[in-house]
Design a protein around this ligand. Structure first.
Ligand code: RP5
Length: 158
């Protein structure tokens, strides 16, 4: 059963959001993916967010670009933690996405990550870290992942 829901405003966001999915794959965390647009498919967003917790999801990762209202609107309709990934837009390089996602009003939090691939990777890691607070086996896998990353850093540039 999926524990993490990865949603994105468009299939064009997948090139970025696949890094969240690949990170969860590496940590053996079950997830689902879905295109959900705040603007183009508002009813799909409503249905997704209002049923997410009852369907067993524990964390939602939401990526969107431009007028990126998806993470905030998802957060408005579920008490689950929502991690927002600003997708890099062509016109404004993702600054629009970042500002749309990060400036939530007090009371409805979105944990906002970096623009693009690093944000997607870190959303996957944060989702895993949240789940790992009540899953010792996952905590072990997360610690091993981080140790391997540390081990992979070279002493000197090639
Ligand atoms: C947003 O508009 C999506 O999240 C995407 O980043 C952006 C462009 O979407 P497409 O025109 O490529 O479908 O809603």
């Amino acid at each position: 059963m999926a524990l993490v829901g990865i949603i994105m405003g468009s299939s064009s966001d997948w090139e970025t959001m696949r890094h969240a999915a690949e990170t969860l794959d590496a940590l053996d965390v079950a997830y689902e993916t879905k295109v959900v647009s705040a603007h183009r498919t508002p009813q799909r967003l409503y249905d997704y967010a209002t049923t997410a917790a009852d369907r067993g999801l524990k964390v939602v990762i939401a990526g969107a670009g431009g007028a990126a209202h998806l993470p905030g609107m998802a957060a408005a309709m579920t008490h689950l933690p929502v991690l927002g990934v600003p997708v890099e837009s062509k016109a404004l390089k993702g600054m629009d996405s970042l500002l749309s996602i990060v400036q939530m009003p007090g009371g409805i939090p979105v944990g906002t990550l970096a623009i693009g691939k690093p944000g997607a990777i870190n959303a996957g890691l944060l989702a895993a870290a949240i789940l790992a607070t009540s899953d010792e086996a996952l905590a072990g896998r997360l610690k091993a992942w981080r140790a391997a990353q540390t081990e992979s850093v070279v002493d000197e540039p090639a």
